[in-house]
Structures are given as structure tokens and as C-alpha cells.
Design a binder for this molecule. Sequence first.
Ligand code: ADP
Ligand code: MG
Length: 241
Amino acid sequence: MSSPVLSMHGVEKSFGLFRALGPVDLDLMPQERLGIIGPNGAGKTTLINCITGVLKPDSGSVEFEGADITAQPSFKRARLGISRTFQIPQPFRGMTVTENLLVPLDYLHGTTNKHRRAAEVLDSVGLSARAAHPSEDLSQLELRKLELARALVGNPKVLIADEAMAGLSEAEIDEVLAILMRLNQQGVAVIMIEHIMHAVMRFSQRIVCFEMGQLIASGTAEEVTRDPKVQKVYFGEQAHH
Ligand code: ADP
Ligand code: MG
């Protein structure tokens, strides 16, 4: 039995009096593919923000490879190997695709040849042909790939994809899934937060469902789909979302 690459113990986060998350206990194993589902407002992004250090939990702890990182700022967690994509792609306007990768590369240690690393990553997401183009020229799929590339320049051990496939066609979803699957086979643990059910079900070895900040179910795609609590969230209260 290996030990988790990432673990959360009793993580809680409130905004004012409103508890958006927790307490949550959740482990991620090395090279695991974990899906996170749940309706809008369930606390998924808040959880990710607590993992990446954008938010500091009110209580509880986050561990990476056995070390407590709860007090570490985002950039240190990124250097350790925790990386994420944003729900809304946020390319640097007025810069080329390659330049968009040089910016995060500047924040990371140990990258000797930044241009070579940028080229490698663009190749791995299938964006090489667009390297010299301004980010404004990119299609929705290419923007999603650039968002992935920016998360990958530091060679993360954990990649968190927050709704990385929203707005894509079926063929494009398949393409992003293939990229994520290949990265996973190269050793990266992936957390996929996704509303596109067939994609997250197909990709994930394990799925957890959140509702109102609580983890309400955990299991294989089949187990979670059959779980009455999950069915209630998705089919029983449709009028609410
Ligand atoms: P999800 O990603 O599952 O849709 P979020 O984590 O974004 O959910 O949000 C969980 C809840 O916390 C929502 O009710 C949201 O409105 C609230 N929330 C998230 N971020 C903030 C914030 N910075 N300030 C106040 N409320 C927030
Ligand atoms: Mg979200």
C-alpha cells in the first residue's frame, strides 16, 4: 500500500456565516484519477482553492506527500507539484502561446531551458502549431489546451482540472480526455471536477460527490450513480438547479 500524495483532514471553509465547505476528509493516491461531481455551489472550487492555497481553510489540514502544507502559499504548493486549471481560461492577452507559458515558468525553480520546456508542453497538449500565435487567436478548444499547458509547465504530481471541458463538443471532449489520460499514464494524479457526466465517469477510477459543502458519496462511477443521495441531488431536486 502506498501512501496518499494529497490528503485533507477536517478541512472547513466559511464565507462570513455561510459554511461553503466541510469538514472534509479526502485522500488522493499517487497517479489516481479522482472525479469530483456535485451541483453548482456544492463547494468544489472552494475545495480546490483550499488545496492550491488560494484560500486558507478555517480549520483542518492539507498534506502533500506527508508534509503539512496548510500554511504554505500558492506558489510554494505549485513548486511542490500541485497545479490546477481555471474554470474560465485566463490567458495573458497580447502574448503568444509560448509567452503564456514563459510567465509561469519564471515562477518555478529548476527549469533550465524555459523555451525548450514550453515547446515540450505545447507538444504534449497538441498546440505546437500555435506556439507563435497570440492567445487571442485561439479557439475554445485551443484555449482549454493552453490552460492545461500552463498548469503542466512545472511538471506537477497532482493536476486539478476544474471544469476543463465546459463548452466543448463531444470530439473535443474526447481530445481533452485523451490528453489527461496520457498525462495520468505518465504518473500525474488527476482530480477532475466536471459537470459533463459521461466524461468524468469514463475518466475517473473513483468519484466523490459534494453537496452543500459535504462529501455525500464516494465510489466507482457505477456505485456513485446508484447512490440514492446522489440520485436525489441530480434527479430529485431538479427544480433547484
Ligand atoms: P462549486 O465550485 O461546487 O460550484 P463553489 O466552491 O464555487 O462551488 O462555491 C460554494 C459556495 O460558496 C457557493 O454558495 C458560493 O456562492 C460560495 N462562495 C464561493 N466563493 C465565495 C467567496 N469568495 N465569497 C463568498 N461566497 C463564496
Ligand atoms: Mg466551481
